[in-house]
Design a protein around this ligand. Structure first.
Ligand code: SAM
Length: 164
């Protein structure tokens, strides 16, 4: 069951330290059809709607070569999440699980990840399927899906295993 911002039966909140967001830079913005947490899918699907990832300047050159990858790992900042729950009840039935045993958006550092299918690139915008975030969610990183990625030039024995 998706939450707005309520505390559910048996859930445990703590007083977290003031967030500093570790100096993250938002490198883009994600446009999706979903304007409410209650309507967004729990996880993206390869057959989900096309969403747009707009990359801000000066980061556009960082997209060079991205078309070679059919799938991308998309990392985003779930900016409307509460960040103070250590035990959560996803089913809202009184049973709880530790936050780090869940993929809930409610976490101390609300990083979301999805494997998205790259449909097209239009300049500084990528069209993808497979996301589950709200319209306007900040983008924090893009990487080729690790199962498609091969290091370009391994420098040391073992790099092939460790850089994947
Ligand atoms: N796929 C990501 C992951 O596993 O890391 C996120 C999964 S999380 C369960 C997806 C849910 O987060 C959505 O259904 C929606 O309720 C909520 N959500 C999406 N975008 C959000 C945002 N920008 N801020 C807060 N919550 C968001």
């Amino acid at each position: 069951m998706v939450r707005e911002n309520e505390i559910r039966r048996n859930e445990v909140a703590v007083t977290p330290p003031a967030p500093t967001d570790a100096g993250l830079v938002y490198i883009g913005r994600i446009e999706t059809p979903w304007t409410s947490k209650l309507l967004a899918p729990r996880q993206g699907r390869p057959d989900g709607p096309i969403c747009r990832i707009e990359i801000f300047e000066p980061w556009t050159p960082a997209l060079d070569g991205i078309e070679r990858f059919e799938r991308l790992e998309v990392l985003y900042w779930l900016h409307l999440s509460r960040r103070d729950l250590v035990r959560q009840s996803p089913a809202n039935d009184g049973s709880t699980h530790g936050t780090f045993a869940l993929r809930s958006p409610v976490r101390p550092n609300p990083i979301g990840t999805s494997i998205a299918t790259l449909v097209a690139r239009e300049g500084s915008t990528l069209l993808v399927r497979g996301l589950d975030c709200l319209d306007g969610t900040p983008l924090i990183d893009l990487k080729p899906d690790r199962s498609l990625f091969k290091p370009i030039a391994p420098e040391q024995p073992g790099d092939l295993e460790t850089q994947a």
